[in-house]
Design a binder for this molecule. Structure first.
Ligand code: CA
Ligand code: CA
Length: 247
């Protein structure tokens, strides 16, 4: 008699807990996020002094970043002349967005120009400070720090164009990905350069431009209420199994 009373209480408190948890979960899943993204480049990391003893760059604090000394004389059709491609360049242009939770959306366009530059004047990594301003009701602005790794391969006339091509890799690990709204926590997760498959690098031939975009999605972090509900369910199932076994 006493035992059944305990279980009745346990069951009813489980259902109350589950209802609260489901209530939160439904609300979070139905939430959509809209806003505007912008981005500015941060201070780059040149990398090893042996590789880049004379790093040259412009654009910290702007949305156009250049690196490498473009003053290099490439073979030209005119025997006395030089062809200068210009420095390497990354241009980030943010956009407005509207997305549901767990859906991939575009946070900005990225254009990558692969300049042919003087050896030892490049940089190896540049941070992009991605500022996301969420519209009402979320109404918060947050800067997410993401990093791009710049792979500047040495060029050789005996190489193929593909072998001389350079690359940009995106680091998907944001250092400050979490934000809060109405007591619930969310994360912004980078998904890379492609909305459909996990693509973390882009390539451009020497003197060529590759246009791409950066994609992300917003996920909700499970609430303590949900975790508590699941814990209660687990405890209830274990005790009811034990009770059945005893019978
Ligand atoms: Ca290059
Ligand atoms: Ca190269």
């Amino acid at each position: 008699m006493k035992l059944s009373l305990i279980f009745a209480t346990a069951i009813s408190s489980f259902f109350v807990g589950a209802t609260i948890a489901l209530g939160f979960s439904d609300q979070a899943d139905a939430l959509s996020f809209s806003g505007i993204s912008t981005g500015t480049w941060g201070e780059p990391t040149p990398g090893s002094i042996d590789i880049n003893p004379n790093p040259i760059y412009t654009g910290v604090g702007n949305n156009i970043f250049t690196w490498g000394d473009a003053n290099v004389c490439l073979p030209s059709p005119n025997p006395s002349g030089c062809t200068i491609t210009g420095s390497n360049k990354l241009t980030f242009i943010g956009n407005s967005f509207s997305t549901d939770i767990n859906s991939v959306f575009k946070v900005g366009d990225l254009a990558y120009f692969n300049g042919t530059v003087v050896k030892g004047t490049s940089v190896e990594e540049v941070p992009l400070n991605l500022n996301v301003s969420f519209s009402s009701p979320v109404g918060i602005s947050q800067v997410f720090d993401l990093k791009l790794h710049l792979v500047n391969t040495p060029n050789s006339v005996t190489n193929s164009e593909e072998e001389n091509a350079d690359l940009v890799f995106i680091d998907e690990n944001l250092s400050n990905r979490t934000f809060a709204f109405e007591g619930n926590k969310y994360t912004l997760e980078l998904t890379g350069f492609n909305p459909d498959v996990g693509q973390i690098s882009i390539k451009a031939l020497e003197g060529g431009t590759t246009k791409t975009a950066i994609y992300a999605k917003i996920k909700s972090i499970p609430e303590p209420a949900t975790v508590a509900g699941l814990f209660l369910l687990g405890m209830y199932l274990i005790s009811s199994k034990k009770l059945l076994e005893k019978k």
